[in-house]
Every structure is written in C-alpha cells, then in structure tokens.
Write a protein that binds this ligand. Structure first.
Ligand code: CTP
Ligand code: MG
Length: 251
C-alpha cells in the first residue's frame, strides 16, 4: 500500500470513527460436520498456529480501529470452555459472549440481539474465516459506511458452467459479473434489524446476511478481499490456512 493510500485510510478512519459505532458479531456456534477426523472437537476450537481457530478472527476484529465492541456467538455446550480460553487473552475491546441457535441464521440473530443499543453498524463474520485481517475489515466497513451495506468477496476465477440435473453443460456464465461472497458482511444496524425480522416473519431462509438485506431491496457493495480470506470447512482448508499464515509470517 502506498503512503497516500495509507494516509487516505487514516483520514477516512478519523472521519468515520466519529460518526459510526460498529459492533462485530463473530459466529462460532456451528457443529463443523464437514471437518472429518477431529472427533469430539468442533472446528472453532481446533488449534491453528497455537491458538483456537475462533481466536484468530476475534483478535483481528479486536485490532481493527473500525470496531467498537465484539460479540462472540458460541454453542451452549462450549460456552464455559470458550470463556475459559478468553481469560488467557488480553483484548482491547469489550467482548460479550452469547449462545447461538440451530442454524447460522439463528446464531446471527442472537448476535444482533446481543450488540449494544448505540451501535450504528454491525459486521457479521464467520469465525471459520480465520484469516481475516484488519485491512480487509477496514475496506468492508468503509464501503458499508458509504453504501449502508457491504460484503467481503472475491471475483470468480474459474469458468462457470450451468449444467442440467443430469450433469450436461447448458451454457457458460459470464464470470466477469460473478463474485464469491465472503464475510465480514457489514450493515447499518437499522437496515439489518429490519431485514432480519422481515425474514423471520416471512420464514425465509438465507445462506448469508447479504441475502437478508437483498430481500428487502437494499443493494450491497461487494468489496474484493482477495483469495486469502478462506472459510475453513474441511481438513484440507486447515492445511491451506496454515500455509497462508506461514506465507504472511515470511513476508
Ligand atoms: N455457525 C453458527 N451457528 C450455527 C451454524 C454455523 O454460528 N448454527 C457458524 C459457524 O461456526 C461458522 C459459520 O457459521 O463460523 C459458517 O458456517 P459453516 O462454515 O457451515 O460451519 P459449521 O456449520 O460449523 O460447519 P458444517 O456446516 O460443516 O457443520
Ligand atoms: Mg454449516
């Protein structure tokens, strides 16, 4: 990053900081069923470079000057264990621990309910995206300030085919318009609250938080966060995460 870019970021931060209080809701209440071979341990508690996976995201949000408070959403069964782990780390921001629900959507709702009343923006993040950096958080939060809603993502690099149910290629989709959605996804609190309760009323299920606000007609600004912000889903992803962390250390 050039000096000018850095200076602009600091200026944006100074401007933004005064106006928008932002809570980070970190979702770590899943079962990690696709992470095979780690019986008895959900993926958020697996060790990555000497600390539990969920701590990586917690520390990145804690280090971000754009974030004012942290809400960590965990499984009821892991609440005490997580609380014990947290005692071993010194965090700069207040962290509230809360219990999640049966689905990611329900856990995000619990997170929303746990943030402080004076928060203006909410950044919803999957703890499984443990390689998130403060720079990426800054990019998405500032885009949300300008657009009410913004999402981390990365442009699709593969050629994408639409296929029939029995697996025959029907057509090639123009990939220049395609992004993979990542987290954090950052929204103005009132917008996100309205979208969450509208979906609840209509019993709509969504696979990410962008969809919630899309469903009430809000456009979401997509922010390219590159290919390192992976979601750890399988054991192979955990290996990849270790490699990316090693590369960062070497840099
Ligand atoms: N999550 C959550 N509450 C749930 C389900 C998921 O907080 N009821 C969180 C996970 O902890 C994870 C993120 O949402 O950080 C994304 O979910 P995913 O990667 O699917 O994780 P799991 O649901 O734990 O894994 P799996 O689907 O393989 O069981
Ligand atoms: Mg899941």
């Amino acid at each position: 990053m050039s000096f000018t870019e850095k200076a602009n970021r600091v200026l944006r931060f100074l401007k933004g900081k005064k106006r928008h209080k932002t809570a980070a809701v970190i979702l770590a209440a899943g079962l990690g069923t696709r992470m095979k071979g780690t019986e008895g341990q959900t993926k958020q508690l697996l060790t990555l470079n000497g600390k539990p996976l969920f701590m990586h995201a917690v520390q990145s949000f804690d280090a971000s000057p754009y974030i004012d408070e942290l809400v960590l959403v965990v499984r009821r069964e892991e609440y005490r264990e997580v609380r014990r782990i947290l005692k071993g780390y010194r965090l700069k921001k207040p962290l509230r621990l809360t219990v999640g629900g049966d689905t990611r959507q329900a856990s995000a709702r619990r997170g929303l309910e746990a943030i402080s009343d004076d928060m203006e923006y909410i950044a919803v993040h999957d703890a499984a995206r443990c390689l998130i950096t403060p720079d990426m958080i800054a990019d998405v939060v500032t885009a949300a300030h300008a657009n009410r809603a913004a999402s981390a993502g990365s442009p699709v690099t593969d050629t994408i085919k639409q296929v029939t149910k029995d697996g025959y290629v029907e057509k090639t989709i123009d990939r220049s318009t395609l992004f993979r959605a990542q987290t954090p996804q950052v929204f103005e609190c009132n917008l996100y609250r309205a979208a969450t309760y509208a979906a609840l009323d209509r019993k709509q299920t969504v696979t990410d938080d962008n969809m919630l606000v899309e469903l009430i007609g809000q456009t979401v600004k997509m922010v390219d966060c590159g290919s390192e912000n992976i979601k750890v889903t399988t054991k192979e992803d955990l290996t990849l995460a270790r490699i990316i962390l090693r590369m960062r250390e070497e840099k």
